[in-house]
Design a protein around this ligand. Structure first.
Ligand code: GLN
Length: 524
């Protein structure tokens, strides 16, 4: 039996990406009103698709349609007999294909403009007249494409919205997918729901059923699966989903690398085994990791050592898990999310920078396992919602991210057991106070760092000469840019006092007030 793709089960809008920085937002917005959308490179050949889209959106892009090397859509898109919407470059592409009336504008138009709907009957513009729309273009239409009519204008764009006279093909000069376009989401909904007639059934409730069926078909009745869990939301949700699908034929492994948070291994065990019924083995490899980290101060070296040791330990443990019937483990679970997938499908060629923090990097090459990625269609907030539906505790679902190399990159300089113990304890107190103050949910990530500097203090009339803890807390939506969190002074006062009093070896506490950029979130 073949394994059904999500796009074969749910009505799917195909977003063809011409390289705009906003393309993924189109997918995002559609899913917000329960329509599944998938983004593929603009060079996608329609004959190679294993499913039929319910509608197609051509995204914006940095190129000029009239340039020699400009990307163009597969003309078969127009033979699918489904509605098509071109956004910015996408509209210019429609115009280029129908008369070539596109040219460089006298001036770039970037920013807000007001929409003026001419054709009040046009279903695309239902309830969006006079709203603010966001422009970002240098080229423009210099005439109507053959077979099209004007349906909306704006202050600067006589061809702000166009529609085909007889077919369901539409073009917009502005970007409805950005939140600055006040009614952009309504407009996308008009397209997907009213024009494409897509069913609004993309919910995590429905996804669970589809995905469990898909996993069962893919894995079959006997094969076994292994996967690493970290205690973070992605790996826990993936592991829970596997457990729901195949029970104890899924084997989760957690490697305690000695640089986890305080009591982390025990907590994960409690949550995953007792709470969620996941078949988990916790491996204490802390000595192995800490021995290898001896004398190492370079952050990149620390990361490499931890990554490689992880692979080594994981493979060794996986080897011990032999299915009862003597067969081999066949699959490796990875918690890859949609943003990682998007990053790797750019039509300019797979990105060099696919992040490795969500997956277990080099494992596949050595282990000859087939990959299983149940979250690869989902955005982070969808994963969280899924986690809640699967009964994963709220605190775990909303946990801040934690880097793979853990506290090793939060102990600046050499990583020793003593230094890890200090950083861990300070971090524990800090996070405990953040939770008590009810601030955890407002912060995107918070942690304590141990700085390898000594500073003079006085405690009980005695001179001390101890280290410094730096506290970091940031707010961000995408971790690409971030700002530091404005704690109330009283909060900082309390945390600083607790850390200096309760953690031996710390004489001073500072708060990091640098944004990203120029600083990164982590110190190393
Ligand atoms: N590059 C095209 C222009 O400048 C399209 C821009 C876009 O799609 N945002 O007009």
């Amino acid at each position: 039996m073949s394994v059904e793709q999500v796009s074969q089960v749910f009505d799917t809008i195909l977003v063809l990406d011409f390289g705009s920085q906003y393309s993924h937002l189109i997918t995002r917005r559609l899913r917000e009103f329960n329509i599944y959308a998938e983004m593929l490179p603009c060079t996608q050949k329609i004959k190679d698709l294993s499913w039929k889209p319910t509608g197609v959106i051509l995204s914006g892009g940095p190129y000029s349609v009239y340039a020699e090397d400009a990307p163009h859509v597969d003309p078969e898109v127009f033979n699918l007999d489904v509605p098509v919407l071109g956004i910015c470059y996408g509209m210019q592409e429609l115009a280029w294909l129908n008369g070539k009336a596109v040219a460089r504008g006298e001036k770039r138009e970037y920013g807000p403009s007001t929409l003026n709907v001419i054709d009040k009957e046009c279903p695309l513009f239902k309830n969006v007249d006079h709203s603010t729309v966001w422009m970002s273009h240098g080229d423009k239409l210099v005439g109507l494409p053959n077979g099209f009519k004007v349906v909306a204008t704006s202050d600067n764009s006589p061809y702000c919205g166009i529609a085909h006279e007889s077919k369901q093909i539409y073009g917009l000069q502005f970007h409805p997918e950005v939140t600055h376009s006040a009614k952009g989401k309504d407009l996308l909904k008009n397209f997907a729901v009213d024009i494409c007639k897509a069913t609004q059934n993309w919910t995590m409730e429905n996804f669970i059923d589809t995905e469990i069926k898909r996993i069962r078909t893919l894995v079959g009745p006997t094969a076994e699966v292994i996967g690493a869990v970290s205690g973070g939301v992605d790996s826990t949700v993936a592991a829970k989903l596997m457990t729901e699908a195949i029970g104890d034929r899924f084997h989760a492994i957690m490697v305690d690398n000695g640089v986890l948070r305080l009591n982390e291994a025990e907590n994960v065990k409690k949550n995953l085994v007792a709470g969620l019924g996941i078949n988990l083995t916790v491996v204490d490899a802390s000595d192995e990791f800490l021995d290898k980290l001896k004398g190492v101060t370079d952050p990149e070296k620390k990361r490499k050592i931890i990554g490689n040791t992880f692979i080594h330990v994981f493979e060794r443990e996986a080897d011990k898990i032999k299915p009862k019937d003597g067969t081999e483990i066949e699959f490796l679970l990875q918690g890859t999310l949609y943003p990682d997938v998007i990053e790797s499908i750019s039509f300019k060629g797979p990105s060099q920078t696919i992040k490795t923090h969500h997956n277990v990097g080099g494992l596949l090459e050595n282990m000859k396992l087939k990959l299983i990625e149940p979250l690869r269609e989902l955005f982070k907030d969808e994963v969280r919602h899924l986690g809640e539906l699967l009964g994963i505790p709220h605190d775990l679902v909303w946990r801040h991210p934690f880097p793979g190399p853990g506290i090793a990159i939060r102990v600046l300089g050499e990583v020793t057991r003593e230094q890890v113990a200090i950083a861990r304890k300070a971090d524990y107190i800090y996070i405990e106070e953040i939770r008590k103050a009810g601030l955890y949910g407002q912060i995107s990530q918070a942690f304590a760092c141990l700085l390898p500097v000594k500073s003079v203090g006085v405690m009980g009339d005695q001179r001390t000469y101890d280290q410094v803890i730096a506290l970091r807390a940031i707010e961000t939506t995408d971790f690409m840019t971030a700002d530091w969190f404005p704690f109330p002074h009283e909060f900082l006062k309390k945390v600083a006092a607790r850390i200096v009093n309760e953690v031996d070896g710390v004489a001073r506490v500072t708060y990091d007030i640098t944004s990203k950029p120029p600083a990164t979130v982590e110190w190393e």
